[in-house]
Write a protein that binds this ligand. Structure first.
Ligand SMILES: Cc1cc2nc3c(=O)[nH]c(=O)nc-3n(C[C@H](O)[C@H](O)[C@H](O)COP(=O)(O)OP(=O)(O)OC[C@H]3O[C@@H](n4cnc5c(N)ncnc54)[C@H](O)[C@@H]3O)c2cc1C
Length: 379
């Protein structure tokens, strides 16, 4: 006996949860997760930053569409604000001053960046060594994002709409038979549905392979983060996130402590990513070269995977090689920000086969997200 529903979602990260919540409003939906709880992989390991000036144009447009939801979520979605002011300060050292002009030029008119003097940068972020800062900009639009509340909000919405989450269900087999996808899991259970949504994060190409589909060329990349003691004099809790414009290394206040990352992107197989000693040592080295911090102890560390296709844009759409197989993958370093709007986009593409006018007006086109672009070598 198999469980039958209208929509099956593989993966209960933030992407799967947001899409499943949307689909559950229309039909019976089951979400399968291989771990014992949702959020064990990338969605539970983010930096929880809302950075609307980050990524390719279509990513920024989808983030802007998500912002409408995160600023004013439906009643009962979360008990606290999902976005709170933070700001971000990017600095470059002598020799890389031109990077600041590039950042300013890339920022859309709605979220402009503001150049500030090196002295002002060191005043706002007292931890910075003055000699490390040749030029600096402030991004006033960056916010702290409550990534856990966002993920839990989508899971709650999903359940309240009658959706069912099945954990400890690692998908091992996929077969298209009699107009349905038949999914078998490691526990021996089977599930069937005419429409399958592949939101398996770093494993999305492996799920495609189980369905006999050509890969989209997804590359998971490992990023490592550490947490160290806070220092109210050098890094007040209201300090902006501080980002090295040359290397993407960053440090930011994090619940009374400081979180730092090299901004590394090391190619990795899909796996339970773990922090490596060398990467942690390099974060400490960066902190001690560019700031006045003296790192005595790493209190906590983790690594997570950010998964990209070649053009760094998400892959969202029905596969052209079969029926009812929907890709929701490749969210890279933007997946929490993107989730709300990608959930809506998933619903619209599955149910209407096209995007609503408000999304089109933002410059979001189905062709920019379609899986076929990956096979044509465009992404
Ligand atoms: C260090 C770091 C910092 C980041 N910072 C930010 C940030 O500041 N802002 C931002 O917006 N984004 C950030 N991101 C990116 C963001 O975390 C991801 O884009 C997002 O979490 C991806 O969500 P997902 O649901 O696709 O993936 P995941 O959360 O990995 O979910 C996929 C799920 O699929 C399940 N699964 C896989 N295979 C199977 C199978 N065979 N059967 C059943 N289940 C399966 C997995 O167990 C997993 O739970 C960061 C990521 C990292 C690593």
């Amino acid at each position: 006996m198999s469980d039958h529903c209208d929509f099956l979602v593989i993966g209960a990260g933030v992407a799967g949860a947001a899409a499943a919540a949307e689909m559950a409003a229309t039909g019976s939906t089951i979400m399968l997760e291989m771990e014992e709880r949702p959020g064990y992989h990338s969605s539970g390991r983010s930096a929880a930053l809302y950075t609307p000036n980050y990524g390719p144009a279509v990513v920024r447009a989808i983030v802007a569409a998500s912002t409408v939801f995160y600023r004013d979520p439906p009643l009962g979605f979360a008990s606290q604000a999902l976005l709170t002011p933070r700001q971000a300060l990017s600095f470059v050292s002598t020799g890389a001053e031109h990077r600041i002009d590039e950042f300013i030029a890339m920022a859309p008119a709605e979220t402009p960046l503001e150049e500030i003097s090196p002295a002002r940068a060191c005043e706002m972020a007292p931890l910075l060594r003055r000699e490390a800062v040749a030029r600096a900009i402030l991004d006033p639009h960056v916010m702290d994002m409550d990534a856990n509340a966002i993920h839990q909000g989508f899971l709650k919405q999903f359940k309240s709409r009658g959706g069912r989450l099945a954990t400890d269900q690692r998908v091992l087999g996929l077969e298209r038979t009699a107009g349905n996808w038949r999914v078998t899991t490691a526990s021996g259970a089977t599930f069937t549905a005419p429409v399958l949504i592949n939101a398996a994060g770093a494993w999305a190409d492996e799920i495609g392979q189980l369905a006999g589909l050509p890969p989209i060329g997804l590359q998971p990349k490992r990023r490592t983060a550490i947490v160290i003691a806070g220092d109210p004099a050098l890094a007040p809790i209201t300090m902006p996130a501080v980002d090295d414009g040359e290397t993407e290394s960053y440090v930011k206040p994090d619940a009374g402590r400081l979180m730092a990352s090299l901004g590394d992107a090391t190619p990795s197989p899909a796996c339970d990513a773990q922090p490596e000693d060398l990467d942690m040592a390099m974060i400490v080295d960066w902190l001690e070269r560019k700031t006045h911090l003296n790192v005595r102890r790493i209190e906590h560390s983790w690594a997570g995977l950010r998964s990209f296709v070649r053009d760094d844009c998400p892959v969202v759409g029905l596969d052209e090689n079969t029926s009812g197989f929907f890709w929701l993958a490749g969210q890279g370093g933007y997946g929490i920000m993107l989730a709300a709007a990608l959930g809506r986009i998933t619903h619209q593409l599955i149910l209407q086969g096209q995007l609503s006018a408000d999304l089109g007006d933002r410059g979001i086109a189905e062709s920019l997200l379609a899986p076929r672009r990956c096979r044509l070598g465009i992404a």
